[in-house]
Design a protein. Structure first.
Length: 505
């Protein structure tokens, strides 16, 4: 009747009924006690239909949450239909968490790990390799193509030499700074790294806890393993989180995500602009290819008419990203939020000047951790070019500049700050610390970088962040990519080269 309360009936579906729907023309899956009809979504799934069919008629919660946040269930495509709830409700997520935690603790115990023995970030990377699953390690460690840029990100710092000053009172060193006006104990933030649970069951929640303890800022990824609410609920009072945004082809989905970030207290929006498509990450692809036979599709005259979509974890979770994103879209983003906007993925002076012209509050100079375009320049090399361009138009103080990629030492942070960066983002080392020791491992990585930065500042004769200037650097070789340089034994010892295809003959 008109005016009567609306009554919504939710179907209760038994496990026996669910099992019946396990075919290509009739596929249901159960995720977190809710049942969905995915029949019409099979051919659209970025990871291929085989993985869905493998889980159809079953509880797919564990496999789903391994590479997806439950937030994704709030923005499902129209081809996925909600059917009802399981009549046999289970706390699958809690069971999975406890089981995964038990497994990883057993691995750590078997390796007899001692946090006190960790003296640099390469130590945690070496241990993370032994603890993470092959799938997780392949996802995080992979770079694009021949991984030249992946390695160049680090090696470029070694082409910058330092000019120390002496006889300065350096008895007290102040590392504190601000990012977009928000306090941080050091000009360093944990940058967005997707799928945190591939390293530890706590995932991005663990990173948030470490940020709380070390008083630094966390950049929450769009493609997190945990829900945005879970991550922001883990934020301590007087701590700050920003949100990294991939712009969805469906602008309503993007708007909803932005509003959610606002609601949960994120203080800035970092819009990723360097990913109109994903790079060819062969370690990730090779593992996916060997772990599960790809769906090659039907053939006509020997040619595949369906493209192989089983191209690694990265591509399986990112097909929604809008390749049409352009400068004109900044006006739309600004129309739906009052949050400060930072463009993540700037790689040349021209685009930095365009960002300044469009009035954004900041840019991140980044090549996506060497995971997009191989032979793209390192962030530290681009930073020198960008700061020269900004200084030429008196734009240095009108827009904050950050960099990420390749930072493994406190001296790397010093060099970035000296060139004009306001702060640096660090990703992989934090994930490796989480894998090796959990939250204490992330704290250890942050503490090492803090201690090394403090030592560098003391030896350079600088007592606070604002005293670090370009005058302290020698930059003449920064753009010379083939000059002789010292062998970095630590970096080389943990780097695993891409392997060729293995023959079964």
């Amino acid at each position: 009747k008109l005016g009567a309360p609306l009554c919504i009936v939710i179907m209760s579906i038994s496990e026996v009924e669910l099992k019946k729907h396990n075919k290509e023309n009739d596929a249901w899956i159960l995720v977190n006690n809710k049942i969905y009809n995915v029949t019409n979504f099979l051919n659209d799934h970025p990871g291929g239909k085989n993985i869905i069919l493998k889980n159809s008629g079953k509880d797919a919660t564990n496999n789903f949450t391994a590479i997806h946040s439950l937030d994704l269930l709030n923005n499902l495509p129209e081809t996925v239909k909600y059917i009802g709830e399981s009549s046999n409700k289970k706390d699958t997520l809690k069971q999975k968490f406890e089981e995964e935690k038990r497994k990883i603790e057993e691995k750590r115990k078997a390796l007899n790990l001692d946090l006190d023995n960790i003296i640099n970030v390469y130590d945690v990377e070496e241990l993370a390799k032994k603890i993470m699953t092959p799938n997780g390690w392949a996802y995080y460690s992979s770079g694009a193509d021949d991984e030249i840029t992946l390695r160049e990100n680090h090696f470029a710092f070694q082409r910058i030499w330092l000019r120390p000053r002496v006889l300065v009172d350096v008895s007290k060193i102040d590392l504190s700074s601000k990012i977009l006006g928000y306090n941080t104990s050091v000009p360093l933030y944990i940058t967005s790294t997707a799928l945190g649970k591939l390293s530890d069951p706590e995932g991005e929640i663990g990173l948030a806890k470490a940020c709380n303890k070390e008083d630094i800022i966390q950049l929450i990824p769009t493609l997190s393993s945990c829900t945005m609410k879970e991550i922001t609920d883990a934020r301590a009072e007087n701590r700050t989180q920003f949100f990294q945004l991939y712009v969805n082809q469906d602008r309503n989905v993007t708007k909803n995500i932005i509003k959610m970030a606002e609601e949960y207290g994120c203080k800035a929006l970092f819009v990723t602009v360097d990913a109109p498509c994903l790079g060819k990450r062969e370690k990730d692809m090779r593992h996916k290819f060997t772990a599960e036979a790809p769906d090659m599709g039907k053939k006509v005259n020997g040619d595949n008419i369906e493209k192989n979509r089983n191209q690694g974890t990265a591509k399986s979770i990112s097909s929604f990203i809008d390749p049409s994103l352009n400068w004109n879209d900044l006006e739309w983003i600004r129309s739906v939020t009052d949050l400060p906007i930072v463009l993540k993925g700037i790689q040349c002076a021209e685009d930095a000047l365009l960002a300044l012209h469009h009035g954004v509050q900041g840019i991140v100079i980044s090549n996506h951790g060497g995971r997009q375009l191989d032979c793209a320049r390192s962030a530290i090399e681009i930073l020198a070019e960008v700061m020269d361009a900004l200084n030429s138009v008196n734009g240095k103080d009108k827009m904050e500049v950050y960099i990420d990629g390749g930072i493994r030492r406190g001296s790397d942070i010093y060099k970035a700050l000296a060139l004009g960066a306001k702060a640096v983002g660090v990703g992989r080392p934090m994930i490796y610390g989480l894998a090796a020791f959990g939250v204490p491992g992330v704290q250890k990585v942050i503490q090492i970088l803090k201690e090394e930065l403090e030592m560098t500042m003391r030896l350079m004769g600088t007592t606070s962040i604002d005293q670090i200037t370009p005058r302290s650097l020698i930059l003449r070789n920064i753009s010379d990519h083939f000059v002789p340089s010292p062998v970095d034994h630590l970096s080389n010892s943990v780097y695993i080269p891409i392997k060729k295809i293995q023959s079964k003959l």
